[in-house]
Design a protein around this ligand. Structure first.
Ligand code: ZN
Ligand code: MN
Length: 480
């Protein structure tokens, strides 16, 4: 299943409402790390992109990466945030994959605050903050299930230590599993379209933690939440939230209360397990980072970034939906794949919007190759006026993607000639004669037998008949 496949919306037991806020860490795709010149690249041999700064060796000092700050401000503006003067802080905790025993992050004065993000269905989710911080190294626990409990030993790779991150914290505005998934997809679309992160959940460059609680419908209280970590796909995000919400409801139903804690999502077993009890912020002993000056971007810097902003997914959805005559939600996938420019060009070359979107969604998931707007429009016209059936159009499209060319000559080379209506009439005559009972039911208004006739005609014509024309012929015959 792909991340975008439709999933049946799970429901909570009657009377309960979901309250979810998401924390998303995304790695910025700068050339180098946040505080040193080490290469920022996924997949290199372990511990090859390291230096005294990102290994936290005594006496080393950080030098801030200006591009990372620009990327973070671009992201803040894309999320409709206010970009503020900011101060880096040390967040103190011990983890073997964090060589300094503190993480440089932003605490009470983050770069971006008070934004929002609009989902394809029009739902708006508040963004509390988006702050800059450094990534940790990566531990691998060997000799068991992959978790530390049953490992024989652990390995640490510090290539990831010091890679710039932006942590985006939403408000607890998310009320359905579907919205949570849509939020993560939308964020991914924004990150890639403004070119600040490749946002690959499978490579860990976008990591989503879900703060989940439930409450009785109609209440506005915020009950104890649990933070579910280790979610590595959008599908898992939905499963994890649903599981966690139902776990809370079961506890309340049996007179208990969930404990505030971090939990670990176990994808294989479809459940979350208890992690550490959640620290309060005072446990981290935050204090301003003494080795870095405060960030104080000028208004001109922020304006320049805003002016250079490419069109964002929500604006692109609205533009394409208007051109295609469809709802914004129904072109979301095409925009997410970055195929909206081609779609708009094909539509302005005269193509039917519905046909263009249908092919992009269903037949062009792997890319559009050599397909041009002009050939796409010509193909859509042949399909719209019945010269090609949908099946034939798909075949021609495959050739256009592979090697370009003219759809008319490709169709001719495949022997796709529009079926003569007279020929179809003759086949229909024969089918009616052979199946008088079924035809009688169709004439009496039983539309269920329509599929039977269409299927028989497709079989007789090896798929060359145009379904729309067949339906039209059947209607005319039944009416006459
Ligand atoms: Zn380094
Ligand atoms: Mn963080």
């Amino acid at each position: 299943m792909t991340d975008t496949a439709p999933v049946v919306e799970p429901t909570l037991p009657d009377g309960w409402e979901l309250v979810v806020g998401l924390e998303v860490h995304c790695e910025l795709s700068t050339a180098t790390k946040l505080f040193c010149g080490c290469r920022n690249r996924f997949g290199d041999d372990p511990n090859t992109n390291v230096c005294p700064v990102c290994l936290g060796l005594p006496g080393s000092l950080p030098v801030l990466n200006g591009s990372a700050v620009d990327y973070a401000m671009r992201l803040g503006l894309a999320l409709n945030c206010t970009v503020n003067p900011a101060v880096f802080a040390r967040k103190n905790y011990f983890y073997p994959d964090m060589p300094k025993d503190y993480q440089v992050t932003q605490y009470d004065l983050p770069t971006s605050t008070d934004g929002h993000l609009e989902l394809p269905d029009g739902t708006v989710v508040g963004i509390e903050r988006a702050h800059i911080e450094e990534d940790t190294g990566k531990s691998t626990h060997v000799g068991g299930s992959g978790r530390i409990h049953d490992a024989t030993h652990s390995l640490v790779d510090y290539n990831r230590a010091g890679i710039p991150l932006v942590e985006i914290v939403s408000r607890p505005d998310i009320r359905t599993v579907e919205s949570a998934r849509a939020y993560a997809s939308e964020l991914r679309a924004i990150l890639t379209s403004i070119d600040v992160s490749d946002a690959k959940m499978e490579e860990g460059s976008m990591r989503v933690d879900a703060n989940v609680s439930v409450r009785p419908i109609g209440s506005d209280e915020l009950r104890t939440r649990c933070e579910v970590k280790n979610i590595n796909s959008i599908r898992s995000l939905g499963r994890a939230i649903e599981y966690e919400a139902n776990r809370h409801i079961d506890l309340y139903d049996s007179g208990q209360t969930p404990r505030q804690e971090t939990r670990h999502w176990d994808e294989a077993n479809g459940r979350s397990t208890s992690g550490r009890s959640k620290e309060d912020s005072e446990d981290y002993r935050y204090f301003p980072e003494p080795d870095l000056v405060p960030l104080d971007p000028t208004g001109a810097q922020v304006d320049a970034i805003a002016e250079a902003m490419p069109p964002l997914p929500s604006a692109r959805r609205h533009a394409l939906a208007d051109a295609a005559g469809l709802e914004a939600g129904s072109v979301a996938l095409v925009v997410e794949r970055g195929q909206d420019e081609l779609a708009l060009a094909a539509i302005s070359a005269g193509a039917d919007g519905g046909i263009v979107i249908k092919h992009l969604e269903n037949n062009l998931a792997d890319g559009t190759g050599e397909l041009t707007a002009e050939s796409f429009a010509a193909l859509a016209a042949m399909e719209a006026d019945g010269r090609l059936s949908a099946t034939q159009a798909k075949t021609v499209l495959t050739d256009l993607v592979a090697s370009g060319g003219d759809p008319t000559s490709i169709a001719a080379a495949h022997g796709f000639e529009a079926m003569d209506t007279g020929e179809l009439d003759a086949i229909l005559d024969r089918l009616i004669a052979d199946n008088p009972d079924e035809w009688g039911r169709f004439v009496d208004g039983d539309r269920k037998v329509q599929g039977f006739f269409v299927g028989q005609i497709m079989k007789a014509t090896k798929g060359q008949a145009d379904g729309k024309v067949v339906n039209m012929l059947m209607q005319q015959r039944a009416a006459g």
